[in-house]
Design a protein around this ligand. Structure first.
Ligand code: PBG
Length: 340
């Protein structure tokens, strides 16, 4: 009698992998990756006006809020120990234009919001998005020529002004998400020239032309402007991986401090490659479409929201992410605290 093992083999498995899985204490001791509140960045949408709150239909639980309400959200984030917010503006249609000039208006929605957040919560990290899509009448991230092609070098000049405007308002981190070539170098040089040597740059280095951004474009109101347009001439092709490594390497050389892979879950292989091959602070964005999928399944009772969200966030850590932008940040922070 040998317990059903093939003839000639020992009567017991030489390694019992299940031994360490048997009890909670040994599972905890051998767990390689941990998720903590320190890993979370909360993306928020800010609107003009006062006492305004608008739900985003395709992102249940996410609202666009005016500054007074945003301060309450920020207070909650601080109380939960979330290190930073990522700010996205919803710009009134009247302020959108072909030249996107509102993007570097020192009295614009973003600089005013940054000032208010930093005044009230000096220790909360404030990250601003550097890209023209909230400000262009066509919804592209850059300036376009007559054929609709997004112009690289002309856009760089605009991004430089936008990043400077955010940094002067007190943003701790400027995050170019536009995918123009050479933007990190331009922004870095300008910040240095202006004496803003502490402003960090979070480069959206490996940003893919993804269809998972749909709900976000609803949230910031760029979907209608973009219409049938797409971003294939500047965001990365989803089939590529080596190109992501090259993009991150360029942004390292250009002086970025942090490096983003976006979207998240379908691109875990890219997160792993960036971390293993380049050993830089690696961030990942669990984007609006990923959020919408999890919310929709949970709302139908098909998935356990809390368990699946915490599993997805832990998987980002396992893949090598140092930090995660997630619309679940507040919930995740609460769940982690309860577990604590
Ligand atoms: C645009 C921008 C996008 C997102 C963040 N900044 C969308 C896009 O590239 O069209 C998407 C974020 C999300 O889907 O959650 N600069």
């Amino acid at each position: 009698m040998n317990n059903g093992f093939p003839p000639g083999s020992p009567a017991f498995p030489s390694s019992r992998m299940r031994r360490m899985r048997r009890d909670d204490f040994s599972r905890r001791l051998m767990r390689e990756s941990q998720l903590s509140v320190d890993d979370l960045i909360y993306p928020v949408f800010v609107l003009e006006g006062e006492a305004r709150e608008e739900a985003v239909a395709s992102m249940p639980g996410v609202s666009r809020v005016s500054l007074d309400r945003l301060l309450l959200v920020a207070e909650e984030a601080v109380a939960l120990g979330i290190p930073a917010l990522a700010l996205f503006p919803v710009v009134d249609a009247a302020r959108k234009s072909l030249d996107a000039a509102e993007a570097w208006n020192p009295d614009g929605l973003v600089p005013r919001t940054v000032q208010a957040l930093k005044a009230r919560f000096p220790t909360l990290g404030v990250i601003t998005d550097v890209a023209l899509d909230p400000y262009t009448s066509h919804g592209q991230d850059g300036l376009i020529d007559d054929s609709g092609y997004v112009l690289n070098d002309e856009t760089l000049a605009a991004l430089e002004k936008q990043a400077l405007c955010h940094a002067q308002a007190g943003a701790d981190v400027v995050a170019p998400s536009d995918m123009m070539d050479g933007r990190v170098a331009r922004i870095r040089a300008r910040l240095e020239a202006e004496g803003l040597i502490h402003t960090r740059i979070l480069a959206y280095s490996a940003k893919y032309a993804s269809s998972f951004y749909g709900p976000f474009r609803d949230a910031v109101g760029s979907a209608a402007n973009l219409g049938k347009g797409n971003k294939y001439t500047y965001q990365m092709d989803p089939g590529n991986s080596d190109e992501a490594i090259r993009e991150v390497a360029l942004d390292i050389a250009e002086g970025a401090d942090m490096f983003m892979v976006k979207p998240g879950m379908p691109y875990l292989d890219i997160v792993r490659r960036v971390k293993s091959e380049l050993q830089v602070p690696t961030f990942v964005y669990q984007v609006s479409g990923e959020y919408a999928m999890l919310k929709a399944a949970a709302a139908n009772g098909w998935l356990d929201e809390r368990a699946c969200v915490l599993e997805a966030l832990l998987a980002f850590k396992r893949a090598g992410a140092d930090g995660i932008l997630t619309y679940f940040a507040l919930d995740a922070a609460r769940w982690l605290r309860e577990k604590g």
